[in-house]
Design a protein around this ligand. Structure first.
Ligand SMILES: Cc1cc2nc3c(=O)[nH]c(=O)nc-3n(C[C@H](O)[C@H](O)[C@H](O)COP(=O)(O)OP(=O)(O)OC[C@H]3O[C@@H](n4cnc5c(N)ncnc54)[C@H](O)[C@@H]3O)c2cc1C
Length: 429
C-alpha cells in the first residue's frame, strides 16, 4: 500500500477511536481515551506465518506492528527444531502446490535480501514399503499416489524408483523388494528458526515495529478500525492479521467463527540419533530428506540428512493424545527414544546407533481435515487469520503470510484462498 494511502487510513482511525473505546465493557473509559498508537496493520503472533505477514506488509510500505507473547524465534510454539521438510508436489492436496511454489520464490528473495541460507534443495525421497504398496486403500499408498499425481499435474520434476534402484542410489535405506520410491530433486529442507528471524529482521529494516513478551488479550473491530488490547497497552489499526499458531483455540469463536475443537493441539517429538561413524553418505549432498509411508501413515516416519556429521534427525506424528498451547515442551524419556529406534529406525535405516543424543517436542495445531483455515474474521474483513499447520505448514508459510498481508491491505491475493475457507466446517463441534 502506498505510504500516502496508509497515512490517510491511520488518520481516519485516530478520529474514530473514541467510538471504539466506548465499547469497552470494563468501564475504563478515561484510560481508554488516552492517545494510542495506530497502524495500517497489526500482526498478532510472529512465528512462521506471522513473521512472513509482517515482513511482506512492511516490504509493501505499510505502517505495521507485530506483537508476540514470547521472543521469536522460540521453542514454545510450532516453528523450532532445526529443520522442516519442503516438497513441491504436495500429497496433502493439489490446492497446496501454488502455496509452496510461491513460498519457494519468497525464500530465495529473502535469502538474497538477508544473506542467510534458508532453504536447501537437496532432494526428497518418499518411500512406500511393500506392505504399504500392497494395501492400495491405505493412507500411505494414497498419499504416495497423490504426490505423484500432483507432480504430473504441476510439471514438478520427479522420478519413480523401484526398491532396487532406491537401494542402489541411497544405501542408507532398507527398502525390500515390492516397495517403491518417489524422488523429487526440488524438495529439501528449511531452517525454521532462521526463516522466522530473517523475516523479522527484514521487516524491521523496512520500518516494522515489533513488541515481544506482550500478550494480545482482545481484538475489537468496528466499521472504523480495530483495537488490539494487550497485557501492556492497546493499539489501533485499520486491519489485523491473527496468526497465533497453537493458541488459535482461544480465538475460535470470537474471530474464526468456529469451535475450540477445530484447532486441536498435538505434541510431537523429534529425535536425533547418533551415526555409527562420521560417514559422508549422511550429508545433505549424499542423502535426501525422506518420508517413509507404511500401511498406515501413523506407522511411517520422516527424517533429514545429518547437518553436523554426528547425528541425524527423525520423527513421526501422533494424533492420539491431545495437548494444549500453554503446556510448553515436554521431557522425552529414554524409553520413548528407544521405542522409536526399535520400531522404525532399526528396520529402515542403515548406519545409525540407538543412542539418542537430543530430543525435543513441538506443537501441531490440527484442523479436522488436516488442511489449513485461512479466512477473514467472522464479523469483519478487517481481521484476517490463518491456522496453517496440521503438521505441514512451514513449507507454505511465506506465501500464507503474503496472502494475509495482501488481503489485509486490500490487494488481490497471489494464491486462491477458497479451498481454505472456514465454511467447509460445521461450527458447533
Ligand atoms: C514437530 C513438527 C514438525 C513439523 N514438520 C514440518 C515439516 O517438515 N514441514 C512443514 O512444512 N511443516 C512442518 N511442521 C509444521 C510447521 O512447523 C507449522 O505449520 C508452522 O510452524 C506453524 O507456524 P505458525 O506461525 O502457525 O505458528 P507458530 O510458529 O507457533 O507462531 C505462533 C506465534 O504466535 C504467538 N502468539 C500466540 N498467541 C499470542 C497472543 N495472544 N499474543 C501474542 N502472541 C501470540 C506465539 O508466541 C508464536 O510465536 C511441523 C511442526 C512440528 C511441530
Amino acid at each position: 500500500m502506498p505510504r500516502s494511502g496508509s497515512d490517510f487510513w491511520c488518520k481516519e482511525i485516530e478520529l474514530q477511536i473514541p467510538s471504539l473505546l466506548e465499547l469497552d465493557r470494563w468501564g475504563t473509559r478515561y484510560i481508554d481515551r488516552l492517545p494510542m498508537e495506530t497502524y495500517d496493520l497489526i500482526v498478532v503472533g510472529l512465528g512462521a506465518v506471522g513473521s512472513a505477514a509482517l515482513c511482506q506488509s512492511a516490504l509493501r510500505g505499510a505502517r505495521v506492528l507485530g506483537i508476540d507473547r514470547f521472543h521469536p524465534p522460540h521453542e514454545l510454539g510450532s516453528s523450532h527444531g532445526e529443520t522442516r521438510i519442503t516438497r513441491q508436489a504436495i500429497g496433502e492436496g493439489m490446492e497446496f502446490a501454488p502455496l509452496v511454489l510461491r513460498t519457494n520464490v519468497l525464500w530465495r528473495a529473502l535469502e538474497a535480501a538477508t544473506g542467510q541460507e534458508l532453504m536447501v534443495q537437496n532432494g526428497g525421497l518418499m518411500l512406500l514399503d511393500a506392505a504399504g504398496q500392497a494395501d492400495s486403500q491405505g493412507a500411505g499408498a494414497a498419499f504416495y499416489r497423490r504426490t505423484a499425481d500432483c507432480a504430473k499435474r504441476f510439471g514438478i520434476a520427479h522420478q519413480l524408483l523401484t526398491a532396487a534402484e532406491v537401494r542402489q542410489r541411497f544405501p542408507q535405506f532398507v527398502l525390500e523388494n515390492g516397495g517403491e520410491g518417489y524422488l523429487e530433486p526440488g524438495a529439501g529442507f528449511l531452517f525454521p528458526e532462521r526463516c522466522v528471524a530473517a523475516q523479522l529482521s527484514l521487516a524491521g529494516a523496512n520500518h516494522a515495529e515489533v513488541r515481544t513478551n506482550e500478550i494480545v488479550t482482545e481484538i475489537v473491530t468496528d466499521s472504523a478500525g480495530v483495537v488490539v488490547q494487550t497485557n501492556r497497552s492497546r493499539y489501533g489499526a485499520a486491519s489485523v492479521v491473527l496468526t497465533p499458531g497453537p493458541w488459535m483455540a482461544q480465538w475460535a469463536r470470537t474471530i474464526c467463527g468456529l469451535g475450540e475443537a477445530h484447532f486441536a493441539v498435538y505434541r510431537q517429538t523429534l529425535y536425533w540419533f547418533a551415526l555409527q561413524e562420521n560417514h559422508p553418505r549422511f550429508s545433505p549432498e549424499q542423502m535426501p530428506v525422506f518420508l517413509w509411508s507404511s500401511v498406515r501413515v501413523e506407522k511411517g516416519f520422516y527424517g533429514f540428512p545429518s547437518l553436523d556429521g554426528v547425528s541425524l534427525k527423525v520423527a513421526t506424528e501422533q494424533f492420539d493424545v491431545l495437548s494444549d498451547a500453554g503446556s510448553g515442551p515436554a521431557a522425552v524419556a529414554p524409553e520413548q527414544a528407544q521405542d522409536f529406534y526399535d520400531g522404525r529406525v532399526r528396520v529402515s535405516l542403515r548406519g545409525l546407533t540407538s543412542r539418542c543424543i537430543r530430543a525435543t517436542t513441538c506443537l501441531y495445531t490440527v484442523v479436522p481435515d488436516h488442511s489449513f483455515v485461512i479466512d477473514h474474521g467472522v464479523d469483519s474483513e478487517r481481521v484476517w487469520f490463518a491456522s496453517a499447520c496440521s503438521g505441514h505448514g512451514f513449507k507454505h508459510s511465506a506465501a500464507v503470510g503474503e496472502v494475509l498481508a495482501q488481503k489485509a491491505l486490500g490487494e488481490l491475493p497471489t494464491v486462491d484462498l477458497r479451498p481454505f475457507a472456514r465454511q467447509r466446517f460445521k461450527v458447533n463441534i
